[in-house]
Write a protein that binds this ligand. Structure first.
Ligand code: LLP
Length: 373
């Protein structure tokens, strides 16, 4: 099973001597490599890192060091950019009024994804530039929970709301300078972002000030198997879409997972082993509280033994956490070497939507450790 290139079991075992498990470990040079890959996209003018994927301060600083901006969805995320030389982009959903004021006060770009802010709080937008987010009707991504357009998605304006948005913006004294769409997360179809650009063009026709097209995030990452997103094909498709666009456009992307997924692993310690009804359960000290992706999306993260790296499989097991929920399963039916209480295991490709979605359920904690390189 392909591991992230930085993955060295002895180094992680040494970290576990110094830090209580469970913890996430993040690897700086792997962040650098992902940022460098995205910088090869010539048809993209600006990249804002979607910090909801991983908000660790050193992760943000490292990515900001590559010239990336920060995409924020809350006042807390806006504040996380303090002290960093990173432009901010606020793309919230149903956020309270005060957070929009906060975003403007911090000099952030602001994206509106409903009519309510302009209709109810016009004074906030006087003299301001805004982007509008649209639901273009097609949701994409690895699970229905991460598809943000189409169906009954709560995100974005419907295209038919455009005249009302334009009139409200004019009445408020705001300028619509950009259009945005994000169709989902974990996308491998390289044409997606070019399709977004094409689909936004007709909406821009009646909006003379629009020059920015934020085509969202969602760039898929292979979790140690399966698909790979062809970045060169993404770029080529975007170049063609730009050439078709009736006016000069500035293209933005806001990826999260792509930048951080491979840079993180979750290190866990085996607590107990149980054989029941012909199944072997291996228990570890962090479960859905530490990483909810398997429970929420059926996500599959590769699991490796750090204590016995490279040892042959001793059979199939179900890896479970210590939480009082039947959904507290980290991996089903996986091959693992022999395990004993106290062994260290790692779930790899866990740098995105791991810690940021962790909870204190059952009053259990999970830590974070940053490895600068
Ligand atoms: N832009 C917007 C407006 C978003 O809503 C998101 C993610 C992104 C960008 C970044 O998407 P990415 O490049 O990371 O796919 N918790 C789920 C993913 C939910 C994503 C939510 N929005 C998971 O663990 O798979």
């Amino acid at each position: 099973m392909p591991m992230p290139p930085w993955f060295h079991a002895p180094a992680l075992v040494a970290l576990a001597d110094a830090h209580p498990t469970p913890f996430y470990a993040y690897h700086g040079p792997t962040l650098d490599a992902a940022a460098a890959q995205l910088r090869t996209l010539r048809s993209v003018d600006r990249i804002f890192y979607a910090q909801k994927a991983n908000g660790h301060a050193q992760v943000l600083a490292r990515l900001a060091g590559h010239g990336l901006g920060l995409e924020c969805v809350s006042a807390g995320e806006l504040a996380a950019g303090d002290g960093l030389d990173a432009p901010l982009l606020f793309t919230p959903n149903f956020a309270p009024r005060a957070e929009y004021a906060e975003a403007f006060a911090r000099g952030s770009h602001v994206t509106l994804d409903g009519l309510h802010p302009l209709a109810r709080w016009p004074e906030l937008f006087r003299g301001r530039d805004v982007l509008l987010r649209f639901d273009l009707g097609v949701g994409r991504g690895h699970h229905r929970h991460v598809r943000t357009s189409g169906g009954d998605a709560k995100f974005g304006l419907a295209p038919e709301d455009l005249p009302a948005a334009r009139d409200l913006a004019a009445a408020a004294g705001a300028r619509i300078v950009g259009l945005h769409t994000h169709s989902g997360s974990g996308i491998f179809d390289a044409g997606t972002w070019a399709e977004h650009l094409d689909a936004l063009q007709p909406l821009a026709e009646a909006l003379p000030d629009v020059r920015i097209f934020n085509l969202g995030g969602g760039l898929g990452v292979p979790y140690g198997r399966g698909h790979v997103l062809d970045l060169a094909a993404v770029d080529a498709a975007l170049a063609q879409a730009r050439a078709r666009a009736p006016r000069a456009v500035e293209v933005w992307l806001e990826p999260g997972r792509f930048l951080v997924c491979e840079a993180g692993v979750l290190v866990l310690r085996v607590t107990q082993i149980k054989d029941k009804h012909g199944r072997r359960f291996v228990g570890v000290d962090g479960g859905m509280n530490a990483l909810i992706r398997p429970a929420l999306y059926g996500a599959r993260h590769p699991v490796v033994s750090l204590t016995r790296p490279g040892a042959p499989s001793a059979g199939r097991v179900t890896l479970v956490g210590p939480c009082c929920e039947s959904a507290d399963v980290l991996a089903r039916n996986i091959a693992l070497p022999e395990v004993e209480e106290g062994d260290l295991l790692a779930l790899t490709h866990a740098g995105a939507y791991g810690f940021t979605m962790a909870s204190r359920y059952n009053l259990r904690e999970v830590g974070e450790v940053f490895i600068p390189g």
